[in-house]
Design a protein around this ligand. Structure first.
Ligand code: NAD
Length: 314
């Protein structure tokens, strides 16, 4: 049976680039993009697009039957900073959308699920440097609690019902095509926009706050390669640590100054500082590297060059 993909939440920061790559990989006719909002973007204009609410089981089931979907990528969620402002809704969306997709797989209607977790599953009691795959996990944000619970349920559905669900704990993701959706690492995208437009940036995190980050192309590569790996290689069925680079606001500012010498940064930490302080500074992803051959391509200098070049054109 050939692969037919449904992406739920396709108009977001990750979904936009994931949709383009999946269309290039499997053919436009085999990739159905969906979102609760219909955006003026390539996701809608360059292939099949459907409006769907991730909280509506019947709508998802209908799409799966209509297009004979095999693989679902569930990208709809409320992100860390937004979730803190609306905890009950974040819990509802992040958990029930996952249950719908897990239950559709349990019922044999789809073959494979990709569901993203996050470094937010870790908390203030987790070792901060080189955080291991298996460690203390006491998340202190609504978002982190929903992701950690989601991981437990993914593993449970795999062990109890044989559901083929695969997951990655994304770090902060940096990209130039679609703006980020309300996360604590959004500063690392905004800073490039402001460096080009204003030559200065006020950062909502303090200068020495190190966080794990990744350029979007690497995240998309990881997502598609974990889904294409043989099932027996995917030994972790909660979620894999994934890592590329780790840097502070001060360090990213230095890398921008190599291209824009007059660029200036100052710092005005807000509520997102406490979220960042509860997360790891760097991640040990050796298990993903061993199990399914993960490796990253982008370091900070390469990412800064690509971001500034593309945003300047944009
Ligand atoms: N971007 C990051 O840095 C990052 C890091 C770690 C984990 N993640 C995870 O990756 C996933 C995608 O993140 P993103 O950055 O693309 O988020 P985003 O906010 O940019 O996009 C989410 C998309 O989901 C859609 N959506 C929201 N509610 C919906 C609903 N009820 N039905 C259908 N669609 C709905 C939104 O319209 C949006 O287009 C999320 O699970 C997020 O937690 C992201």
């Amino acid at each position: 049976m050939s692969t037919k993909v449904l992406i739920i939440g396709a108009c977001g920061q990750i979904g936009t680039e994931l949709t383009a790559k999946l269309r290039a990989t499997y053919g436009r006719e085999n990739v159905i993009a969906s979102d609760i909002r219909k955006m003026d973007s390539t996701v809608v204009t360059e292939g099949i697009f459907e409006v769907v609410n991730a909280l509506d089981y019947n709508q998802i089931e209908n799409l799966i039957e209509k297009y004979e979907i095999t693989d679902v990528y569930l990208m709809a969620a409320l992100l860390s900073a937004t979730a803190e402002k609306n905890p009950a809704f974040a819990w509802d969306l992040n958990m029930n959308s996952l249950f719908h997709v897990l239950n559709l797989a349990k019922a044999g209607k789809i073959k494979k699920i990709f569901w993203p977790s996050s470094i937010a599953v870790f908390g203030p009691t987790t070792p901060r440097d080189n955080t291991p795959q298996y460690t203390i996990m006491e998340p202190s944000t609504v978002y982190g609690i929903s992701k950690q619970s989601g991981e437990r349920w993914c593993e449970y559905y795999n062990k109890q019902y044989g559901v083929d669900v695969r997951s990655i704990r994304y770090p902060g993701l940096i990209s130039w095509t679609t703006p980020p959706g309300g996360g604590t690492t959004d500063y690392a995208v905004d800073i490039y926009y402001k460096a080009l437009s204003d030559k200065k940036y006020t950062c909502f995190l303090s200068e020495n706050t190190a966080l794990p980050m990744m350029y979007m192309d690497d995240a998309i590569k990881a997502t598609i390669s974990i889904m294409q790996a043989p099932a027996e290689n995917i030994k972790v069925r909660s979620s894999y640590n994934l890592s590329a680079i780790s840097f502070t606001p001060k360090e990213i500012a230095e890398s921008i100054k190599k291209h824009i010498p007059e660029f200036a940064i100052d710092y005005a930490p807000d509520f997102r500082q406490a979220i960042a302080d509860s997360w790891p500074a760097s991640i040990d992803d050796s298990v993903a590297r061993k199990d399914w051959g993960w490796q990253h391509d982008f370091d900070m200098e390469r990412m800064t060059s690509v971001m500034l070049e593309n945003l300047a054109k944009k």
